[in-house]
Design a protein around this ligand. Structure first.
Ligand code: ADP
Ligand code: ASP
Ligand code: MG
Length: 409
């Protein structure tokens, strides 16, 4: 008898009819002899609705209260799904994160799971019930409700699968697997049968929202077999796995992009030791995460230009801080651009092949797309370009690297 943890995302439980369809799918798995634990998201759009409800009352709601509010989205769907299961004669029980002791740290709105007491879930399973757990939420050691960051239900599912030593964690969503790039942007994107944890982690951290980054990290760390599948169609989906001989020998596995970036520049900073620290120190103190960084010496040889990217939500605050720093340092000018995006190529094949970056730059040049920043690591190359070139850039690269065709060994 296999134990599987299934997660159904927002679109999959977006209407009462879809919840009924999910209930039927779960019953099929159970009838095949599996023990099933189900994690659900809030109905699609609900978390956004709750967020905007909060901001109509105050500009910056207290993170603790925001978590109390946001957690209601998932509490609704666990109850509805359990009712749908029971209505079909399937014994089921719903639990909030706190009820199954999903213990997290106290970082409201972006908490990390520390421990799960799987006892209660295990005894329900032993009694033949389907267990339905609210995704995205936990409880800290003081009993405060916490949430895990957007897309966090994926992480709840993987963490439960690890705690229960499940045979597989299945992420059911509105696409039938992980594609070479977001199929909403490139209709020729191709489903991957398998992708490595390492590549999936890069894809997720470079903007592919099909899986939350922490879910992939967790699955890699605890060796949880993880699969992405469609809620609406049959199929094998995509298995996220360790690298092995049987895998496609592609140079590039996928293209990720991130629309959430913004760029800040300070020009004409006196070039002295400690410049980077003086510019980025106040940014870090304001809890703003910096992604890419470029420093260039100006033609006069005495000053330097410094550019970095941050999350678009932090753009205004970052700009205010940078303006103050620039004044203190005697820099000549501060500028910024919130209409930029990052496009990245990801693939373990890059390790053993030169020339990927140059093909990337050539492809973008042919489309007259200006590259504003570049960064590389062992298995990825990222460029920052103007927002208006996102679709064109992704499609041109997809074609140039022939990602619509499976690689041959
Ligand atoms: P859920 O609500 O089920 O968690 P998400 O919206 O979080 O679903 O994730 C699924 C979406 O991820 C897809 O609809 C797709 O547009 C997007 N996506 C982005 N990159 C990829 C990719 N490489 N492969 C598949 N889907 C992707
Ligand atoms: N409901 C949360 C969100 O919209 C968590 C999730 O769906 O995974 O981000
Ligand atoms: Mg998601």
């Amino acid at each position: 008898m296999a134990l599987i943890v299934q997660k159904y995302g927002g679109t999959s439980v977006g209407t009462p009819e879809r919840i009924q369809a999910v209930a039927e799918k779960i019953i099929q798995y159970r009838d095949q002899g599996n023990r099933v634990v189900v994690v659900v998201s809030a109905m699609s759009g609900e978390t956004d609705r709750l967020l905007s409800l909060a901001t109509t009352l105050c500009e910056r709601p207290m993170p603790r209260e925001l978590d109390v509010l946001l957690a209601t989205g998932e509490q609704t769907t666990i109850a509805l799904l359990s009712m749908a299961l029971q209505e079909r004669g399937c014994a089921a029980r719903s639990y909030t994160g706190a009820q199954v002791h999903i213990l997290t740290d106290g970082a409201h709105n972006k908490a990390r799971i520390l421990d799960i007491d799987a006892h209660r879930v295990s005894s329900d399973l032993a009694a033949g019930r389907v267990v339905v757990v609210a995704g995205f939420q936990g409880v800290d050691e003081n009993g405060n409700i916490t949430t895990l960051g957007r897309g966090g239900s994926d992480t709840t599912a993987v963490a439960l699968a690890a705690a229960l030593k499940a045979d597989e964690c299945q992420i059911f969503t509105d696409v039938d697997g992980v594609y070479t790039t977001d199929p909403r942007v490139e209709p020729d994107a191709r489903r991957l049968e398998r992708i490595t944890f390492e590549e999936m982690l890069e894809m997720a951290s470079l903007g592919s929202k099909v899986l939350q980054i922490r879910a992939v990290e967790f699955a890699g760390k605890y060796n949880v077999p993880l699969r992405v599948l469609s809620s609406f169609e049959q199929g094998e989906g995509t298995l996220i796995t360790y690298e092995d001989e049987g895998m496609e020998k592609a140079l590039i596995s996928g293209i990720a992009f991130n629309r959430d970036e913004a760029k800040l520049t300070v020009l004409g900073v006196p070039d002295q030791p400690g410049v980077a620290h003086r510019i980025l120190g106040p940014i870090a103190n304001a809890n703003i995460e910096v992604d890419m960084i470029i420093q260039n010496i100006a033609p006069d040889g005495k000053t330097t230009d410094f550019t970095f990217t941050v999350h678009r939500n932090d753009y205004q605050r970052g700009m205010e801080i940078l303006q103050q720093t620039a004044e203190q340092m005697g820099a000549s000018q501060v500028s910024g651009d919130a209409r930029i995006v990052k496009i990245s190529l990801v693939g373990v094949g890059m390790r053993s092949h030169a020339g990927i970056a140059s093909t990337m730059f050539e492809t973008l040049a042919k489309e007259s797309i200006n590259i504003r920043m570049i960064s590389t690591s062992e298995i990825k190359v990222s460029v920052v370009v103007d927002e208006k070139y996102l679709e064109l850039g992704v499609r041109a690269l997809h074609q140039a690297f022939q990602l619509d065709q499976a690689a041959t060994a």
